[in-house]
Design a protein around this ligand. Sequence first.
Ligand SMILES: [Zn+2]
Length: 894
Amino acid sequence: MTLKKSSVVLLFLIPAFAFAQRLPEGVLPQHYELSFNPDLDKATFSGEETIQVQLARPIAAITLNSAELEFQQAEVSQGEKTQTAQPSFAPDKEQATLSVPDPLQAGPATIHIKFTGILNDKLRGFYLAKTKLRNYAVTQFESTDARRAFPAFDEPAFKATFDISIIVNQGDTAISNGKIVSDTPGPSDGKHTLKFSQTAKMSTYLVAMAVGDFACNEGSADNIPIRVCGTPDKKPLGTAALRYAEEILQFYNKYYGIPYPFGKLDIVGAPDFEAGAMENTGAIFYRESDLFIDDKHSSVSNHEEVFEILAHEMAHQWFGDLVTMKWWDNIWLNEGFATWMELKPSQALHPEWNATLEAVGATNQALQVDALRNTHPIRARAETPEEINEMFDSISYEKGAGVLRMVESYVGPEVFRRGVNNYLRKFQYNNATAEDFWSSIAAASGRPVDMIMPTFVDHAGEPLISVKASCAAPAPEPKVRSRRRRRQLAPAQPKTEITLTQDRFWLDPSGAPATTKNWMVPVCVKAGSAKPFCQIVGQKETVLPVAGGCSPWIFVNASAMGYYRTRYDADTLQKLTAVANTDLSAAERLSLLNDQAALVTSGQESVASYLNLISALNQDEERAIVESYIPALEMIHDHLLTDASKPAFIAWVRSTFSPMLANFGWTPSAGETDDRHEVRGQLIKILGEIGEDPEVIRHSVELAEAYAKDSSSLDPTLVRTVLSVAAMSNDGRLFEQYLAAMNDPQSSPEQLGDYSRALARFSDPKLAQQWLEKIVAPETRNQDAAGYLRRVLDNQAVQKMAWEWTKQHWPEVQAKLTMSSGSAVVHGTEGFCDAAMRNDVQQFFGDHKVASSERALGQSLELINSCIHFRTQQQPNLAAWLEQHSTTANVGTR
Ligand SMILES: [Zn+2]
């Protein structure tokens, strides 16, 4: 067959190209001794290193990774003999090869290199971070940038121990993976040298250094010292994070059954930082806005976010740092796990935050991406730094976590934990693969986890389980002929049968390739009063009987832990909609809503079915449910409305949600739950931004102005929403106020986040343009620029103008991009809904390549296409639905 032939060719082609950038085998690093002397004014550093290696066989040259470094001296010693090595560089592979005149024997050898490098402004490797007052030096090595700080065997499987010392200016300090074990004056005037304790055996991408006048809040948990550090002005904002870190460490010590293994934990907010945070062993580095909050006056969601990001990075100390994936293709073993784990401490210690519902929302995010043609399997080829970088996406994080949650819920949390513990103990201070993990869970549970997981980890995409339910009396026994005898039998009990069919779910099913592989899906069913049950669905079609007569309703994906979409036949959906309010848990209602929204976007259901569901869940005050309405209603608002349908739609929105806001009021009452604070904000957002309610916008402007004068005048949880909704007014004075707050050195990281979001919501083109100019101005930090721009592109009211502006000012935009932030700009175009703009996006990014964003571009083009279909298909459905519902809708119109 043709298919087989081509796959044979691929088998031969891929490995040759794929391994081109890997280091040759045969040299195993054991220990690094590193000393650094950074010059913060000149933005350079010098370094010296000694690496102890084991040679597997005689060789004449050693190859390691090195990028943007200059070597002043290189030697290799064996026994008593030291040879000067001749370095040759392969910049395209980021490698250096040290050749020696006399071949080296198998056995131990020592490499000694003196080198210099630059503290770059690209937020990777050893880089320069700046505040208005001074310079700092910080590292960010994951995935492949340790080689920019020191010549290294920079692959995750080359684990070694590290002795690090750093020369710093008087008055400054440094933070690294180990504790400071000595602090001595010199080597020159005005300097002192800090030496750190030897690290555990670990991968190079986890080495960390930060140099500057950091100030720390100090605490401890289970005898492990914990510090939260930052520039001195941030110290008062570190107390919440410290308290949370103490709680989380204790929780993990119990959960993992392996006490925190790295002696101390520093958590450091860096003035410039690309990612949210990085799990360096014993020294977690952070973007300031994700770490520093005002403990007393910060929103509920900010507290949750700080807690969860900490829980994520701290989970990595075990998943990732202690046990590391063998290669980057299995990055989900780090990221999927930390993402799954991050909700556990929250569930246990802060049940008021409802992390279980957050999990359902997070899985939904992954399902949205995984429905695209431009998705990838969780475990996928990643060889070059650029490909590796692209793996850090919602598939590795959220899909990985979603699949783990499904399997955990199937085998039971305690059994799953046992499997996890066995896996960690077996591979600690070492590396592992996906197979190592699922074998461990299969052994602990006695269930076929090693059959289930590969279908989710190695197949791209997600299952769509279609459900047909029927209830009938069983067919009469064929051989019984006598009427008389039949009458004498007990009347046959009718029973429900459900037929489950699996396919791949596509956002755009037209012309999609036929599904050739089945997933092994643990499906859990809830039906009327019958006991919920789970069953592995591994065939294309599976028929399941449900015990106990005719079920009044059926719900597939009981407890909402599945990684799949569900589609019901019309009758079953109608019955389910009728009981959703009373018989489904909040998590189940949320998953039903999310699936229905996805089916509408893909054109498999009418938008009417989603709006009916919202109507049926009328007054549902569950925070995650109300939150889930926002993107769906925004999509309708932005893309389906015509001049004719708009008044009826916004009238329906107002009549549906105004009574809820009236019930909540604008001011929190004493002792209110955290969730009520959040729901109030969501209702204001829905009514202001989607319902375009002039009264809600006017009141938001009042509150925003009062907040500018006195920040304690507004519930911290409402600040973000109120500032954004107020921007709908396009009030020039308010705009100036927001800009002034962005320039105010007294603004906290949280306030900068709130104001920058709100600035993206002005739809007056003049104001929007003024904000765009500010985004590329020198005072906007490189770490923030791409994210700010993405939000403006996301604002449907100005996106055409913003896109034209972006193209015209591309050199300025590009100068602001860091290693991976360019993909945020590409993602910014995914909300476009116009064929001409799609062609333009494709052409522009074809001509102006952005690093690590090939997949992002593919996804963006696909989403634009899908939006165009969505509009064509659902516009008439919406108009018809609104016509039917307009009488009731108009009642609530102001
Ligand atoms: Zn992570």
